[in-house]
Design a protein. Structure first.
Length: 147
């Protein structure tokens, strides 16, 4: 090995390390919304000035929901038979712009999809609640029950 090549070899390995570091950024940052746990969501609610969006079905919402939440179902399911004009894609403009938005569902899958739809529609400050209302209830946080 030639000693003159050592600086080039060191530079090459440093460059590889830099590329590796920047290519291993978490996916959540690239999605445009932030995923928060139920404790962080609770803190956001206590601080106020947040729009709470429930994207479950009406039947799920009627069982229990977070106080102040607005229901706009993402999709039909669990016995729901809503028209397409009543689902999230058609009603996305009902979500206020310029305000923090906390999105939740039963377990976090539908809320992640709705959060991405909001970001794609130009919304900022979108927060998906990981674990959904199931995790919220497990944490012992309050819900409104019944219709």
């Amino acid at each position: 090995m030639n000693k003159q090549n050592l600086p080039y070899i060191a530079l090459f390995f440093m460059l590889l390390i830099v590329v590796w570091i920047f290519s291993s950024k978490p996916e959540a940052n690239q999605s445009g919304f932030e995923t928060v746990n139920v404790d962080e969501a609770r803190e956001m609610l206590e601080n106020g000035d947040i729009f709470v969006l429930d994207v479950r079905t009406p039947a799920e919402f009627n069982e229990s929901y977070i106080e102040g939440a607005v229901l706009i179902p993402l999709e039909n399911g669990y016995g729901s038979n809503l028209g397409t004009d009543q689902l999230f894609e058609a009603r996305i403009n009902e979500v206020p712009k310029g305000k923090k938005i906390l999105v939740y569902c039963r377990s976090g899958r539908r809320s992640a999809a709705a959060s991405q739809m909001l970001v794609d529609a130009g919304y900022t400050d979108v927060y998906n609640m990981r674990g959904g209302i199931n995790e919220w209830i497990r944490a012992g946080y309050p819900v409104v029950t019944g219709p």
